[in-house]
Design a protein around this ligand. Structure first.
Ligand code: SAM
Length: 222
């Protein structure tokens, strides 16, 4: 899987690709990435990438030209281009699974009020929202999208780790405990120390159901 990311703040993206499990996936050749600094594609001498919105109103908008030139330089019209934005469709595990089957994904990181609509019209295949709230940086939402996709790619993490995760089926995940068996007087449930795998499995099923009912009853609607 190759990720190409257009951003005004490459250092935010670079930090993620050079840390933890992602760094190992890159080292092992499972994931490739290229960061394009949008400013490098600005044509004027001040390298200006934003401007005032037509029609008035607060804030600035990322200009079409530097974005379009950056997208052209990687032939983005032949690739899957994602623009994370609060006005996109709700981003879900299902979409992450769909995107993880692609060989290459381009992400456009918005800033300020967003990007010129003509870039969306011409290049973007998917506008996705990471939740019903507004953050200030498209780098963060692009990293959320990247993180949810790359961990599903073959060989990045074990299949067993993915199997019982939240959103794999209709239930959320059960609670986890690790050593010590007692922490500040709080004990790990006896069943987890029993060594009886059938009983442990039953307990986990019950906890998954309880957790889903309490935190996300909407998932149980059907
Ligand atoms: N004016 C925009 C609106 O009201 O829809 C919000 C722009 S936001 C301040 C700046 C950038 O952060 C967006 O262009 C987008 O890239 C990113 N962003 C903010 N909230 C997001 C969300 N919920 N999902 C995905 N991206 C988001």
């Amino acid at each position: 899987m190759k990720f190409k990311i257009l951003t005004l703040f490459p250092e935010i993206i670079e930090g993620f690709f050079s840390s933890s499990i992602m760094a190992k996936a890159v080292e092992r050749g499972l994931i490739e990435y290229e960061i394009l600094n949008i400013r490098d594609y600005a044509l004027d001498k001040h390298k200006k990438c934003d401007d005032y919105p037509f029609g008035g109103g607060a804030g600035m908008v990322l200009k079409a030209e530097p974005l379009a030139l950056a997208l052209d330089s990687i032939k983005a019209k032949d690739k899957t281009v994602i623009f994370p934005t609060p006005s996109g469709v709700k981003y879900t595990q299902q979409l992450a699974e769909q995107f993880s089957k692609e060989s290459e994904i381009v992400l456009v990181c918005g800033r300020y009020e967003g990007i010129d609509q003509r870039v969306i019209d011409e290049y973007v295949d998917h506008e996705v929202s990471i939740g019903d709230y507004v953050i200030s940086s498209g780098e963060i939402s692009s990293l959320v999208v990247i993180d949810s996709i790359y961990r599903l790619c073959d060989g990045v993490i074990t299949k067993e780790s993915l199997e019982e995760e939240s959103f794999q089926g209709k239930y959320l995940e059960y609670p986890h405990y690790t050593r010590p068996a007692e922490f500040r007087g709080l004990k790990v449930p006896d069943v987890l120390l029993s060594g009886n795998h059938r009983v442990i499995e039953e307990w986990r099923c019950k906890k998954r159901y309880e957790k889903t009912l309490n935190n996300r009853p909407d998932l149980l609607k059907d």
